[in-house]
Design a protein around this ligand. Structure first.
Ligand code: MRU
Length: 359
């Protein structure tokens, strides 16, 4: 199901146009709207690594098209060699970022498709890959709509919703994951407030979530990450909804650094804590959160702000991009098939055993 565009002022996050891959450069938002025509697979890897395209589902879609970009000049190869080349690019593209499982999910799905398609020449195989990438793209929109439908009842008239990082339209091909219930409730005419954490160090909350919610006419207030617990203590938050980069089989999940602290604070104040999770972000092969690799990014993202040093010279800094929240702090996962409650090990498996990332 294709969703209505949320913004008339913004180009799509990802677009496949006449054999070209166009990415909205998210590092330039909100002040500059720049669309990059991605030249080759190295540029796809860099765009993912440097967060020009970011957010777990968007990374998956970009990687699927990225493999098409990798192979578009190879349609004269013998089929077996085309498949070998594809696999080489796939293995490399997967190394762009480690935490969001959507990257390997999409890449593995493309490889499976290339293996299963009965093609006598590489040009036919290439067209089949493009068709599969388009399917991944369209399905992502539908996953967001499903999360919106099932998550909307969490948002009641007059309530306050807190979210972290950007699990919004910019992170997906549709209405986002954590933002899907927000957009659905907004469309339904429900009045409520959103508190968006700014999300140090790269400020996805301030630059992206606050921006897209404001553009869509949602009542949004930007807060510092360090203000979240205080805002909760004042009774302003009725529900927390965050996105995720990977959910392990037992319900432990990775999301942007700072999520764990929010979940602990929410539990202290008795605030329901929900995680919006499309099936493409489930990793039932990883038993628990201890098996999730956490991306450690350049310390300069912490010691510098907008290109300017804010810490003393030679200061050491740690920059884990994500943290893992234990399942005991989760009220439920909002999926495209409904809200999943504890015990998660059983409920996730029952609902999603047949999916690509299942054991
Ligand atoms: O480093 P980022 O900006 O890719 O991190 C994004 C997040 O942590 C999101 O919450 C997550 O990917 C879910 S996006 C629907």
């Amino acid at each position: 199901m294709a969703s209505q565009p949320l913004f008339t002022t913004l180009p799509p996050t990802i677009e496949w146009r006449d054999g070209d891959l166009l990415l909205l450069d998210q590092t330039r938002l909100p002040h500059e709207i720049v669309v990059e025509n991605i030249a080759d697979v190295k540029a796809v890897w860099r765009a993912i690594r440097e967060l020009r395209v970011r957010g777990a589902p968007a990374i998956g879609v970009a990687a699927a098209y990225g493999l098409c970009i990798a192979m578009r000049g190879s349609t004269a190869l013998p089929v077996a060699q085309f498949r070998t080349e594809l696999e080489r690019h796939a293995n490399w593209l997967e190394t762009a970022r480690p935490t969001a499982v959507n990257l390997s999910w999409a890449v593995r799905r493309m490889l499976r498709h290339a293996r299963d398609v009965d093609a006598s020449d590489a040009a036919t195989l290439y067209e089949a890959l493009v068709a599969e990438a388009k399917r991944i793209h369209e399905e992502d929109q539908a996953l967001c709509e499903g999360i919106g439908e099932h998550g909307m009842p969490l948002i009641r008239e007059g309530c306050g919703v807190l979210t972290h990082c950007n699990a919004g339209a910019l992170a997906t091909s549709g209405i986002g994951t954590a933002t899907a219930p927000i957009y659905a409730a907004h469309r339904a005419g429900i009045a409520f407030k959103v508190y968006a954490d700014e999300t140090r160090p790269l400020l996805q909350g301030a630059r992206l979530t606050a921006f897209e919610l404001q553009q869509a006419g949602v009542d949004v207030t930007l807060i510092m990450d360090s203000a979240a617990a205080s805002v909760m203590s004042q009774g302003l938050v009725d529900v927390v909804i965050v996105g995720t980069d990977r959910v392990a089989a037992n319900g432990d999940f990775a999301n942007k650094i700072g999520t764990l602290g929010l979940a602990i604070a929410a539990q202290y104040y008795g605030i329901p804590f929900y995680v919006a999770c499309p099936s493409s972000t489930l990793d039932l092969r990883t038993p628990s959160g201890s098996g999730i690799e956490i991306e450690e990014r350049d310390a300069e993202e912490v010691t510098h702000l907008a290109g300017r040093r804010i810490a003393p010279d030679a200061m050491k800094a740690r920059n884990p991009a994500f943290d893992v929240t234990p399942h005991a702090l989760v009220s439920g996962f909002v999926t495209e098939r409904g809200i999943v409650h504890a015990p998660f090990e059983r409920s996730l498996k029952t609902l999603f055993a047949a999916e690509g990332n299942a054991a």
